[in-house]
Design a protein around this ligand. Structure first.
Ligand SMILES: [Zn+2]
Length: 115
């Protein structure tokens, strides 16, 4: 789903390379995500009164963070090549991805800090 959105407009070859890099980045960022997840769920636990719906939403939010971490790593590893891959392709799907991911991340923190 995320890869489908991010790779819109790319040729098959470029798309496959970036999908592979993205999936590999999930493994590389797993320890960071695990620490993040422990932190945010610990805060939710200490706050108390977190409902089932909020917990499910936190999982969605954490997943969004993982998607952004993975794609961010793909960009950072070779930002010149990344930009080149998307040469001439509309930015809209990537803007939607980063904006949506950012909103889900923020909403997760809102559940923990204000909910
Ligand atoms: Zn992903």
């Amino acid at each position: 789903m995320v890869n489908w959105l991010l790779r819109l407009g790319l040729s098959g070859h470029l798309s496959r390379n970036l999908i592979f890099a993205h999936e590999f980045a999930h493994f590389q960022t797993a320890p960071v995500l695990f620490a993040y997840m422990l932190g945010i769920f610990f805060l939710a636990y200490t706050k108390g009164g977190t409902g089932m719906g909020e917990i499910i939403f936190l999982f969605v939010s954490v997943q969004a963070v993982w998607e952004m971490l993975s794609e961010g790593l793909v960009v950072l590893e070779d930002s010149a090549a990344y930009r080149k891959s998307y040469n001439g392709i509309t930015k809209l799907p990537r803007v939607l991805f980063w904006a949506g991911g950012g909103m889900l991340t923020t909403a997760g923190w809102a559940v923990v800090l204000c909910g």
